[in-house]
Design a protein around this ligand. Structure first.
Ligand SMILES: Nc1ncnc2c1ncn2[C@@H]1O[C@H](COP(=O)(O)OP(=O)(O)OP(=O)(O)O)[C@@H](O)[C@H]1O
Length: 337
């Protein structure tokens, strides 16, 4: 297996939702590749389109209410051309998904063993004994100390952290090549979060899976990700290795996000607040830099009319030219574009 190969290539994908009879883009012209053996984090404030990207990959949109264009090449198949039956062959098998809220993702009336077995019933022809053995193996893999006991329990008998481990067990039951984890630790307390992230990392190593980790929490990203895509208002504005994005962030949005993140160095300072809001879909500017209204001190001439991605280092790309000479108002110099 060529572990460096892309197995997921998202090409020029836009997803628009119908609002009052008109379609508005929630994500616009997204290009992204995911490799085996990596955790790619997608970050951005609420409303930037992270979940829409995930649900677009998973084929979870109602065709009448949504317009999707572009191509999502997954191991040689364009997922966007699949019908519901076609998608069902991929979901749960080659593509696993982990949602934020483990309680609503589990059936309250079914024992854990049955819920994990269900996905294997659909995608494998394992015998009953083999499935039972696999359930115990999976529960062990996600760090559950007494798999036998947990297998017999119902969701309400488990803690939030345990339930999220079960969700991960279901997601990896068929050894997917791609796992999409949408805010998998948001509902959990900090210690449990760290444990769940460890589980994800172990799985990525053991299964050689590629993981898309969606989060608004930069702390989680710093802990976990190999590469990071920063989304703003439906577009990717910066893409690079975690090291590049954290150590040499370029886009004003990435720099603002990092500056607004509590860190040991700034724990006594007032945290930076990014003024304004992510525009709603109906108010999305049709051209120009979508982040420009939130950095009003930067002159219009510093922005591109049609912002495109610029490579600033191998593997590190930034949208719009406004990153050049960007300074925060409280920093000396200002912009000299
Ligand atoms: N089904 C829908 N119909 C109309 N608008 C939608 C729909 N789903 C999402 N949106 C809008 O699309 C934009 C992107 O939403 P999305 O949930 O993808 O963002 P997000 O970055 O994942 O935010 P969050 O972290 O809050 O989930 C938002 O403006 C949201 O209100």
């Amino acid at each position: 297996m060529d572990t460096a190969a892309n197995f997921l290539t998202i090409k020029d994908v836009s997803t628009a939702f119908k609002i009052n009879g008109q379609f508005y883009d929630a994500i616009s012209h997204v290009n992204l590749q995911v490799h085996h053996d990596e955790i790619l984090a997608i970050v951005g404030e609420s409303g930037c389109g992270k979940s829409t990207l995930a649900t677009t990959i998973m084929g979870l949109h109602d065709a009448a209410e949504t317009k999707i264009t572009g191509e999502i090449d997954f191991e040689g198949t364009d997922l966007l051309q699949l019908d519901e039956d076609g998608y069902n062959q991929y979901r749960g098998d080659k593509i696993g998904m982990i949602f934020q809220d483990p309680l609503s993702a589990l059936n309250p009336l079914k024992r854990i063993e049955d819920q994990i077995s269900e996905v294997m019933d659909y995608h494998t022809d394992l015998s009953k004994d083999a499935k039972h053995a696999r359930v115990l193996e999976l529960l062990d893999q996600v760090g559950i100390v007494n798999p036998q006991r947990t297998a017999r329990q119902f969701p309400h008998e488990l803690s939030g952290g345990m339930r999220q481990r079960v969700i991960i067990a279901i997601a990896i039951a068929c050894k997917p090549d791609l796992i999409i984890a949408d805010e998998p630790t948001t509902a959990l307390d900090v210690t449990i979060q760290a444990q769940i992230l460890d589980v994800l990392r172990d799985i990525q190593k053991e299964n050689h899976a590629g993981i898309i980790l969606i989060t608004h929490d930069l702390g989680v990203v710093a802990e976990t990700a190999d590469r990071v895509a920063v989304m703003y208002a439906g577009q990717i504005v910066e893409l690079g290795s975690a090291e590049q994005v954290f150590n040499t962030p370029e886009h004003p949005y990435t720099r603002s996000l990092l500056r607004s993140m509590p860190q040991r160095e700034n724990e006594n300072d007032d945290l930076y607040v990014i003024k304004g809001n992510v525009p709603s879909l109906q108010k999305m500017p049709s051209q120009g830099d979508r982040f420009a209204p939130r950095i009003p001190w930067v002159p219009a001439s510093a922005h591109e009319e049609h912002p495109s991605m610029h490579e600033v280092a191998p593997g590190h790309e930034v949208r719009c030219t406004c990153y050049k000479n960007f300074q925060f108002p409280d920093q000396q110099g200002g912009v000299t574009a």
